[in-house]
Design a protein around this ligand. Structure first.
Ligand code: NAD
Ligand code: FES
Length: 293
């Protein structure tokens, strides 16, 4: 069992938990995810890692209530435990694997939208720990839905907060801040990392394409079982079939077909839709677990 050492409500329907999981904490990297399961009958929930403490053996997860399972999960508190806490899964962020001198020579812009702020945090923290200054834009619908502001402030070189309704920070969406920084303030970036709702990542990518700014996105939102078996996270990336849980979750955002991914996500929600996708996609429906043929 994996004990919950801390449980905190960050905003409406958004919760943070520190979970005792020493083996995951020992090896996990920014960009990777875990699968949590409350009990024998519980649904498998894939969540991108928000933070980890290798010495304390803890992993921090942040989740939003989106259905029955996450609602049940939000009812857990300090002292409760998960039956399963599997990970780290997926591929770490590109910069973790790349030549460090090249990474150090780049100027990174991180763009976090809503709950997507949680997976952005360990990446910016990694940058800070490795002596690399990174700018961060955090967008939220309204002040009350802004999360991890203090944590992000502590690791970002410059933090720009924007709310859709102007209740805190600037007024407007993250795309407006990107345009302002690059076009009006003359900021130069080599890479943008954008993580948030699919629609945000789509529009960030449309803009950064126009600005000639390479962009990485995290396709965590399309994952369901997180193991390559359900076929939910099938994507077209540069015309190739990829699976977010096996090949990602991070991809070159300029190559991701967001319209197809969002349409597919809707179809996947019903039994009839899943059957249709299985039929249409044949052998490429699944993500390569190798055991379900
Ligand atoms: P939200 O709808 O409140 O949006 C957050 C911010 O994204 C907005 O404030 C705005 O600045 C920006 N945004 C939204 N639509 C935009 C558009 N059309 N153009 C430009 N910018 C736009 O976000 P939320 O409700 O917190 O998001 C929840 C979603 O985030 C869920 O669908 C979840 O799956 C997803 N999520 C994604 C990841 C990931 O790894 N990509 C991680 C956690 C959550
Ligand atoms: Fe099921 Fe990737 S989440 S195949």
């Amino acid at each position: 069992m994996y004990q919950i050492l801390k449980a905190e409500r960050l905003a409406e329907k958004i919760f943070l938990m520190d979970v005792e999981a020493p083996r995951v904490a020992k090896t996990c990297q920014p960009g990777e995810f875990v699968i949590v399961k409350m009990d024998e009958r519980g649904e498998r929930i894939p969540l991108t890692i928000c933070d980890y403490n290798r010495n304390a053996g803890t992993v921090t997860i942040v989740f939003q209530i989106v259905g029955a399972s996450t609602r049940r999960m939000a009812g857990l508190g300090k002292g409760d435990a998960f039956q399963d806490f599997v990970g780290p899964l997926g591929q770490p962020s590109e910069f973790v694997k790349e030549n460090f001198d090249e990474v150090k020579g780049r100027k990174y812009l991180f763009v976090a939208g809503g709950v997507g702020t949680a997976p952005v945090y360990p990446q910016v923290k990694w940058m800070r720990e490795h002596g690399i200054e990174a700018d961060v834009i955090v967008g939220a619908k309204t002040k009350d839905l802004l999360i991890l502001e203090e944590e992000m402030k502590a690791v970002a070189a410059n933090l720009y907060i924007t709310t859709d309704d102007g209740s805190y920070g600037r007024k407007g969406m993250v795309t407006e801040v990107i345009r302002d920084l690059v076009e009006n303030q003359g900021r130069q970036y080599d890479i943008c990392v954008a993580i948030g709702p699919m629609i945000m990542m789509k529009f960030v990518c449309l803009l950064t394409k126009e600005l000639g700014l390479p962009t990485i996105v995290s396709m965590n939102p399309v994952m369901v079982d997180g193991t390559g078996m359900c076929g939910a996270c099938r994507l077209s990336v540069g015309g190739e079939v990829k699976f977010a849980c096996v090949d990602g979750p991070e991809f070159d955002g300029h190559l991701v077909d967001f319209d197809e991914a969002m349409k597919r996500q809707q179809i996947y929600k019903t039994e009839e839709g899943r059957a249709m996708l299985r039929l249409a996609e044949g052998e490429t429906h699944h993500g390569g677990c190798g055991h379900c043929g």
